[in-house]
Design a protein around this ligand. Structure first.
Ligand SMILES: Cc1cc2nc3c(=O)[nH]c(=O)nc-3n(C[C@H](O)[C@H](O)[C@H](O)COP(=O)(O)OP(=O)(O)OC[C@H]3O[C@@H](n4cnc5c(N)ncnc54)[C@H](O)[C@@H]3O)c2cc1C
Length: 383
């Protein structure tokens, strides 16, 4: 029984049904996924993390995306996620150079193909980039880029259903328990959904469900705005670029999309309609115009917002058994990098549930116990 049918719940359901022959039911309150992070994601993938587990999840993620048609094909129809491997380019000012070097050394030690470029090399590689105020850039030569996240989500769901998983519209409210086992999920209509094991995969809304099992989960919904830009500028070889200010930009279709860390108090649950257009005018546009002068003539075509399922404790996912319970699991709090990690997390968690232990990829560093011990797994690279 999985609560939440976003990309994490759908991937876990898919691997449980496909690889372990499990009978799976997914409870999803909104089959249209109107507020789900998986429907509103920028869907990019990078190796440039600062923790080995996140690098490993991204390596498994890119391998999966490259062969997604074979992995998730149904009745001879092979899904595509339109993967573009154009790399990420993290730019650092002199103040940020040491951290960028340390991250790159760690990433390379774990097999990620990340190169460091000084300003002269940046200028040669991307002549349209202004290097004022920069000291260094880190660029992924393989294994980084972007893809169609909603298509990946839909493909996981379709494959899961083809392998026998049921997606049921219901909003989970509480659990029926006995001793250290959860026997059923109760929905808001009072209906009981029983199962051998339960997984909380309710994204930004997982905390109340975890609390019902006694786990205080510091995960909440933080709105993030994405701006869709038209521009006549052509930027050959444009990667997903991250300015030292946190402003980011990447190609999308014939134009670009861009964003930035929020201004103000970053309160929980801000309405998705409340796009901060001032963020674009005051922060994003001036930064982009200075960093990429060819973009000065850009125009905002549209904008959308979605929720990061933010883990305030350490900006990393919480995955694995719910402490104190024999058959309750959790996978949430990906803090804005869950789309790219869904294939690897779904596969590993399904194996953990079916076999009682992790196989090739051990997700122990993401276990909820670190919350109880007060030992954060700090991820420096959160955008
Ligand atoms: C603007 C934006 C940009 C992003 N960019 C990237 C990126 O570039 N790369 C990347 O990897 N990730 C990115 N992400 C993050 C990524 O999209 C998420 O980490 C991922 O989609 C999380 O999936 P999920 O299944 O955990 O959550 P969701 O997709 O939110 O799914 C959770 C589901 O649970 C359901 N639910 C909640 N409560 C209940 C309940 N009580 N009962 C039943 N159902 C319930 C919800 O309706 C929802 O459908 C971005 C996110 C946003 C918003």
């Amino acid at each position: 029984m999985i609560v939440g049918g976003g990309v994490i719940g759908a991937a876990t359901a898919c691997f449980l049904a496909r690889d372990h022959g499990a009978a799976v039911t997914v409870l999803e309150r909104d089959p249209n996924y109107r507020q789900a992070s998986s429907a509103l994601s920028a869907s990019s993938i990078r190796q440039q993390f600062s923790t080995p587990i996140n690098i490993a999840l991204s390596q498994a993620g890119i391998e999966f995306l490259r062969r997604v048609g074979d992995e998730l094909g149904v009745d001879g129809q092979k899904p595509t996620t339109s993967l573009v491997e154009a790399g990420y380019l993290y730019l650092a000012s002199p103040a940020g150079a040491a951290q960028l070097r340390a991250n790159q050394a760690l990433q390379r030690a774990h097999g990620a193909e990340i190169e460091l470029l000084d300003t002269a090399a940046l200028q040669v590689r991307w002549p349209w980039l202004a290097t004022d105020g920069l000291s260094l850039g880190a660029h992924g030569t393989r294994g980084e880029g972007w893809f169609d996240g909603p298509a990946l989500h839909a493909a996981f769901k379709r494959k899961a259903q083809a392998c026998g998983a049921r997606f049921v519209q219901a909003e989970a409210l509480a659990f029926d328990t006995h001793s250290d086992r959860v026997h059923a999920v109760r929905d808001t209509q009072g209906k009981r959904h029983s199962g051998d094991a339960i997984v909380i995969a309710a994204g930004a809304w997982s905390a109340p469900l975890a609390a019902a099992l006694g786990l205080a989960l510091p995960v909440s919904a933080k709105k993030r705005d994405v701006f869709v830009l038209d521009s006549p500028a052509r930027l050959p070889g444009c990667p997903l670029l991250i300015d030292p200010s946190g402003v980011w930009l990447r190609p999308e279709g014939a134009g670009f999309i861009a964003g930035a860390p929020p201004r103000g108090d970053d309160a929980d649950d801000q309405p998705l309609e409340a796009i901060d257009h001032g963020l674009f005018d005051a922060v994003i546009w001036p930064t982009l115009a200075a960093r990429i002068p060819a973009l000065e003539a850009l125009r905002v075509r549209s904008a959308w917002a979605g929720y990061y399922e933010m883990n305030a404790f350490d900006h990393n996912a919480v995955v694995g058994a719910v402490p104190g319970w024999a058959n309750a699991f959790i996978a949430c709090g990906f803090s804005g990098h869950g789309m790219q990690h869904a294939p690897a997390v779904g596969r590993a968690l399904a194996g953990r549930i079916a076999n009682g232990h992790y196989a090739e990829l051990d997700l122990a560093p993401l276990a909820a116990e670190r919350l109880l011990r007060g030992q954060p797994l700090i991820e420096h690279n959160v955008i």
